[in-house]
Write a protein that binds this ligand. Structure first.
Ligand code: BGC
Length: 438
């Protein structure tokens, strides 16, 4: 729906214009944004601006920070006290899986002089290396300058790296945070310089300066892990009891709780009715979380659990692990300290070491998050922002970071197990047979 109307400029702005001798000056982006925000009582971001060479006319397009409204403002020096506002609601509920494609470098985009900062948490995990490489190479193929940094899982290092990106003139920041709430002051510095911030994979919490979020549907991913265990144990017909343990992710990572919550929502019915028994009794997130998603920490905790609760020969039927690095820790602990058959172990990321374990019967499944797609969406989004196009999102209601609802582009994860790994991982070109030791 479109609505077009005119607004008389505020007194201060009129005075500002009147102060200029002779010809009226084009109002500043800041002043125009103020008018738009006053009119709609919402926060906006500049999407594009177009000023005539002789400065007699100007047009700005603003998008509301929740991604639902686009306002085009036009101004003419013939009637400098008036803005024309043209508003259009653009929020969309359409959620569709993303195709695997790479940007076409021959597409003519205005990349001249723009620089994009890409801040990844660590090089320790296979996935972040892939994400970083995909994003940087695709942006570079489009002609952008890229500053890609890895922060060694250290918050102070990530803050310093992002500050450096801000000071060295980056126009867009793509950030996968180590701790979801530790970058607020840094983000304010970015906001003050009109730098657009995209939260990548992990939502940046408690900050109203996050512009967009790109992620996989994390809660659903957890549910799919829980459902996989329920199906594999055929809980719909087997009364059990089956014995299960739980290993979750880093408490500083907002995703970790969503994965856990999704999985627990899928399993709690069976835990409550006794079909599933958590022998250690450790079910609360704080008890099952793993600092920094470390394989070693997950292994140490798993060794303690095996020693304390399963050394009498009790069989472990399932072990819910939120991702592959923690699953690997649990698998190492089982290899060294447990003689029963491997439990149904879940994971996520389809790391090479874990898929090899899957082929050896040591891990039942992993959630495949095609980082090519996530990276591609980040590249598309940065390009849309910098070339003044409307930024495409497919969820404008779910991702409340405690301060604002962040407009989000959601991608969808896929279950991978022994039955479909070849098709999903090798046929799609994600891995070669050689990568997996086949
Ligand atoms: C990501 C997972 C990853 C984990 C550890 C999470 O935020 O979504 O894919 O396994 O961090 O790096």
């Amino acid at each position: 729906m479109k609505k077009i109307f005119a607004v008389i400029l505020s007194i201060s702005l009129i005075m500002g214009l009147a102060a200029c001798a002779g010809k009226a000056e084009v109002p500043s982006k800041k002043d125009v944004q103020k008018e738009v925000e006053k009119e709609y009582d919402m926060d906006f971001k500049l999407d594009s601006k177009d000023i005539a060479n002789d400065e007699s006319e100007a047009e700005w397009v603003f998008i509301s920070k929740d991604g639902t409204l686009e306002v085009t403002v036009t101004w003419s020096a013939d009637d400098p006290d008036e803005f024309d506002f043209d508003e259009e609601y653009i929020g969309t509920d359409v959620i569709e899986p993303v195709p695997t494609v790479v940007p076409d470098p021959s597409i003519d985009t205005q990349t001249n002089g723009f620089k994009i900062g890409v801040s990844m948490p660590t090089k320790d995990l296979q996935r972040w290396n892939q994400d970083g490489d995909y994003i940087a190479s695709q942006l570079e193929a489009l002609g952008y300058e890229v500053d890609l940094q890895y922060a060694a899982n250290d918050v102070a290092t990530q803050v310093a790296q992002i500050e450096n990106m801000i000071n060295s003139g980056c126009d867009v920041l793509i950030i996968a945070a180590i701790e979801s709430s530790s970058l607020n002051t840094t983000l304010e510095e970015a906001e003050a310089l009109n730098i657009t911030v995209i939260a990548y994979d992990r939502l940046l919490m408690e900050s109203d300066t996050v512009d967009y979020y790109i992620t996989f549907d994390n809660y659903t991913l957890g549910q799919m892990q829980g459902d996989y265990i329920a199906d594999a144990l055929e809980l719909y017909k087997n009364p059990g009891p089956f014995y299960i343990e739980i290993t979750a992710g880093d408490p500083g990572d907002n995703n970790a709780f969503l994965f856990y919550q999704g999985a627990m929502d899928a399993l709690s019915y069976y835990i409550d009715n006794g079909q599933l028994v958590v022998v250690s009794g450790q079910t609360d997130f704080e008890d099952v979380a793993t600092d920094a998603w470390k394989t070693d920490s997950a292994q140490t905790r798993a060794e303690q659990i095996i020693d304390l609760y399963y050394s009498d020969g009790t069989q472990i039927d399932a072990w819910l692990c939120s991702n592959d690095s923690t699953a690997l820790g649990v698998e190492n602990a089982l290899a060294a300290n447990y003689t029963g058959p491997y439990p149904i172990i879940t994971g996520q990321d389809c790391d090479i070491a874990n898929i090899k374990n899957m082929l050896d019967g040591k891990q039942a499944m992993s959630m495949f998050k095609d980082t090519r797609n996530l990276a591609y969406q980040a590249v598309v989004m940065a390009d849309e922002i910098l070339s003044g196009q409307v930024v495409e999102v497919n969820d404008t209601v779910t991702y409340d970071n405690g301060s604002i609802v962040v407009p989000t582009y959601l991608c969808y994860p896929v279950v991978v197990d022994i039955n479909n790994y070849y098709e999903i991982l090798i046929d799609s070109g994600y891995y070669t047979e050689y990568d997996l030791g086949l």
